[in-house]
Design a protein around this ligand. Structure first.
Ligand code: GDP
Ligand code: IMO
Ligand code: MG
Length: 425
């Protein structure tokens, strides 16, 4: 398989975990390149459901090498829990999971700051973060005060942690939040470092050696294009670059070694947290999509907001990521809808626009312009080839791809590995 970046094209939860798992069959090394345990990637394999937050979703395939890249913010306590969850369900990470020495760490004090900051924001200014400390950890990285995984390997590590806890306590006091116990925190992280030590290596030579040897690399994005710190609905975004450009920064692989970009996109749209969402449906359609699609956060359990497919989002994602192939997921969720709408453009202040506006305030004023298609009212979850699809479902898929640009690579009609139709890839 050519070196592939897989990205989310909407506001996250497009089904990236499932598709990474499917593509891993042809890959040798899977690299997570950004985000942290704000992600929840569901993989259902051999009848077992697992939700991965930090470990690449390729880990369920025996023998494949998995890397947590330098662009990730890694919470050691969450990772230990995840490694243990995997072990207890028959998957051993040791020897094939590697964490970059350059990966920034998300510490308990970042989580405390994230939560205190959200609580202190007035209504309308809340982001609706996952509360996992992601923003503060990336802020520490760019402020050059962050601790990296490599720091866990040096004797000064306990002192570095203590320094950061004491500094954070000053900020927490300003937010009227409780101070953290530095001794307790230092002890917690000494123990965590002991457990994670065997996994921490310089992943740059590892990745490049694999590439030189002709191995297939699969770069796994978390979140989605519309949550990108630069290209998303700022400030209602996450603090990293989930878009394909972030894959090189977050792994150390050169852009010249990337062969293709796969965009995962749902047949409708969902969003968790605050921020504009033009096609959000507050009525029966939204309810049906949420129920049939089990649209609840994989990690937080928060209900996801649901609405129609937005082709303005898809075209934008196609542009900023350079999507070669689409993976369209969750078509089966729409099986019972008698009529289906697609947003083809927006109306902004009385004018039709085709491109994504740059500001969240403008996007909040956009009204979707819809095109309507008939529903197929037949089950698609048992379909195994494109020519078995009901004609109206096929027409819907073709229209989405036509409006979005690029080509269809995979169609997904259910959460399990088997419910996958390979078309172009
Ligand atoms: P990710 O964050 O992009 O990996 O997506 P999540 O795992 O958070 O959410 C996707 C949800 O949809 C999970 O519960 C998956 O098991 C499920 N899923 C993935 N693909 C399909 C599909 O084609 N049909 C249905 N019905 N569910 C799917
Ligand atoms: P996966 O990888 C959906 C959203 C949060 C919030 C915003 C900022 O499973 O697709 P953060 O905690 O990152 O500072 O929150 O981003 N968010 C996600 N939404 N899927 C995700 O990940 C998300 N990760 C963060 O809900 O709106
Ligand atoms: Mg998710």
């Amino acid at each position: 398989m050519p070196n592939t970046i897989l990205i989310g094209s909407q506001w996250g939860d497009e089904g990236k975990g499932k598709i990474i798992d499917v593509l891993t069959a042809q890959a040798d090394m899977i690299v997570r390149y950004q985000g942290g345990s704000n992600a929840g990637h569901t993989v259902i394999a051999e009848g077992k459901k697992r939700v991965l937050r930090l470990v690449p979703s390729g880990i369920l395939h025996e023998g494949k090498v998995c890397v947590i890249g330098n662009g990730v913010v890694m919470n050691p306590l969450d990772l230990i829990e995840e490694i243990e969850m995997l072990r207890s369900t028959g998957v051993e990470c040791k020897g094939r999971l590697f964490i970059s020495t350059r990966t920034q760490m998300v510490m308990l004090y970042h989580r405390a700051l994230d939560r205190a900051d959200e609580a202190a924001r007035p209504e309308g200014k809340k982001i609706g973060t996952t509360g996992r400390g992601i923003g503060p950890a990336y802020a520490a990285k760019v402020s050059r005060t962050g601790l990296r995984c490599g720091d866990m390997l040096i004797p000064e590590f306990p002192e570095l942690v203590r320094e950061q806890v004491l500094e954070t306590n000053v900020k927490l006091a300003q937010l009227n939040a409780e101070a953290l116990d530095a001794d307790e925190m230092v002890q917690t992280y000494i123990e965590a470092a002991e457990k994670l030590r065997p996994y921490i290596v310089d992943t740059i030579p590892l990745i490049h050696k694999a590439d030189r040897e002709g191995k297939s690399l699969l770069l796994e994005g978390a979140q989605g294009t519309m949550l990108d710190i630069d290209f998303g609905t700022y400030p209602f975004v996450t603090s990293s670059n989930p878009t394909s450009g972030g894959a090189c920064i977050g792994s150390g692989l050169s852009p010249r070694r990337i062969d293709r970009v796969v965009g995962v996109i749902k047949a409708y749209t969902t969003r968790v947290g605050e921020g504009p969402f033009p096609t959000e449906d507050f009525g029966d359609v939204g309810k049906t999509l949420a129920e049939r699609g089990h649209e609840f956060g994989a990690v937080t359990g928060r209900p996801r907001r649901c609405g129609w497919f937005d082709a303005v989002v898809a075209r934008y994602a196609q542009m900023v990521n350079g999507v070669d192939f689409w993976t369209l997921t969750k078509l089966d969720v729409m099986d019972t809808l008698p009529e289906i709408k697609i947003c083809v453009a927006y109306e902004l202040d009385g004018k039709r626009i085709e491109d994504m506006p740059a500001s969240a305030a403008e996007l909040a004023r956009c009204k979707p312009i819809y095109e309507t298609m008939p529903g197929w009212l037949e089950e698609t979850s048992n379909v195994t080839a494109m020519d078995q699809l009901p004609l109206k479902a096929k027409a819907y898929v073709e229209r989405l791809v036509e409006l979005s640009g690029g080509r269809l690579g995979i169609l997904s009609v259910g959460p399990a590995r088997e419910s996958t139709i390979r078309v172009g890839i």
